[in-house]
Write a new protein. Sequence first.
Length: 166
Amino acid sequence: MSVRDLAHFESWLTDRGAEVLDASSEREILRARTSTGTHVVYADKTGKQRWPKELLAIVSEYNAGRTPSLAATKRGVARRKTRGRYAALTKRDGHGCFYCARILPAPGAHSTPDDEVTTEHLVSRAHGGPDHMSNCFLAHFACNQIAGHLSAPEKIKLRETMRGAK
């Protein structure tokens, strides 16, 4: 599988939020970071191209004239990390949001964007807090946005206010 006009395909990827990255070897035809990960197309010595299946699915969208969002956001990385921590954090803290105490959906479960589960840091990363389980808890996306980069005491006060407003 290949794309007839690689430059046009790269432009199409970029227009949909993907990042076209520099090749890291002479055999790379295309390296792109999308919402589904980083994908690399290689050519062997004979010129035959190897396309990863995830990128082939994107090529199908391209060929069909569709316009999917392919943004490689940090939020996507955060979702994957949250899935990995979800079990440990719910075992430690329970299934409620740190701020509002409403039950959190499981990562990947259907929910509104505001109810999506996120990992929050008590001491925010912006204030030098570590990305360690002892500094993390689960919160709804909307609650996490409200907290922003507050200090730890301000986050605890916000939690008391939000839980008191039930």
